[in-house]
Design a protein around this ligand. Structure first.
Ligand code: SF4
Ligand code: SF4
Length: 353
């Protein structure tokens, strides 16, 4: 049976983390010895650990220590939104871990076409920035955060980072406002990556307007599993959120079966605040949904005081629904597909929903 292993940790204590990983790997029957391993953290942008935007450097450090102890060759990489991987690693504090432990940085800037024989989405070809098959194992290291479009970003969503940065906007554009379609794309990508283990950092998590400008809050939760679908489902249960698109799609396709939960009991999370986007997966005709979405789904808005006119939001908008006037972005809400990439990538937290 699938297994989710959990622990309640009040801090990023290195000894406690390493012990959890060692015992957790044993509990799920994962033996990574003398392997070439790729660590895939959630690396959105170069924000410091206290902001809870990226996977905490101490989680990366503890996992790397366990793997190096087992004579593994350890690589680390991701494709952040607008910065280079190196720059984002530096700003996030993970570069110190890279240097201290001699990890090798992979910039995820290759162009590799991956084909899926059969999947959940209607698409078969995906362009990756790095080939997961070039490693004996991928260790998926998501951060527990809210996400404007998908509700939460957890294990399955984290592997979207394998998509080449030039292609990410295209997938958003294809899905448009259809969260279920985007969920099915994320599921296919995740299955192509097929991580050996997913380790979720929820010791300091993010709620409200995540995934980059929400509230950092102590949740004291860490969990791992070979199966990210089971892990994500379990986390949604303890937060008390039901029917998020990835889980709904995964259930529809029989990807979430029975699983057991092992380890320290994590109490239900109280007061976790979801972002202000609304459920748009109504079972209604397409044209009715389109009208309702234009009225009810939260629109991105600019906080003029916070904006410093860097133009990153324009660059990342897949729908071309932003223009610059007087050095500040202006939204064309008719063209906007409500993907919230602008909100996610704004380094100043100047875009709200
Ligand atoms: S809203 Fe954010 S990303 Fe856009 S120009 Fe202003 S500061 Fe830059
Ligand atoms: S304006 Fe923002 S939310 Fe709208 S399509 Fe562009 S990036 Fe997405």
């Amino acid at each position: 049976m699938k297994r989710v292993v959990t622990a309640a940790l009040s801090s990023y204590d290195p000894g406690a983390l390493q012990q959890f990983f060692q015992e957790g790997f044993e509990s799920i029957g994962l033996s990574l010895n003398h392997c070439k391993v790729l660590l895939k953290p959630n690396l959105v942008m170069g924000k410091p650990p206290r902001k809870a935007v990226n996977t905490h450097p101490d989680v990366v450090r503890a996992v790397a220590a366990v793997l190096l102890d087992r004579s593994c060759d350890v690589y680390i990489g991701d494709s952040p939104g607008y910065e280079s991987t190196e720059r984002a690693l530096k700003g996030s504090g993970i570069m110190d871990v890279v240097k201290d432990m001699g990890l090798k940085v992979v910039p995820f800037n290759r162009l590799i076409t991956k084909r899926q024989q059969s999947g959940v989405s209607p698409y078969r070809f995906f362009t990756f920035g790095e080939d997961p098959c070039a490693y004996d194992a991928v260790v998926n290291l998501p951060k527990l955060k809210t996400h404007g479009m998908m509700g939460l970003t957890l294990g399955v969503k984290n592997t979207f980072g394998f998509i080449h940065s030039l292609e990410k906007a295209r997938w958003h554009l294809r899905a448009g406002q259809d969260r279920m379609l985007f969920a099915s794309i994320l599921i296919d990508i995740h299955r192509l990556v097929s991580p050996a283990v997913t380790i979720l950092d929820g010791i300091i998590a993010m709620d409200r307007e995540g995934p980059s400008s929400g509230r950092a809050r102590d949740m004291g939760l860490i969990a791992l599993s070979r199966d990210a679908f089971a892990l994500d489902h379990y986390i949604e249960q303890i937060i008390g959120i039901a029917s998020l698109p990835i889980t709904v799609k995964a259930m529809e396709h029989g990807l979430i079966g029975e699983y057991d939960v092992h380890g320290q009991k994590v109490p239900p999370v109280a007061g976790f605040e979801m972002p202000k986007s609304v459920d748009t997966d109504w079972a209604l005709p397409r044209f009715v949904k389109k009208i309702l979405r234009s009225v009810f789904v939260g629109k991105p808005r600019l906080n003029l005081e916070k904006c410093r006119g860097c133009g990153i939001c324009l660059k990342v908008c897949p729908a071309g629904s932003l223009v610059f006037l007087d050095q500040r972005p202006v939204f064309d809400h008719k063209r906007c597909i409500r993907c919230y990439c602008c909100q996610e990538m704004c380094p100043e937290g100047a875009i709200t929903v």
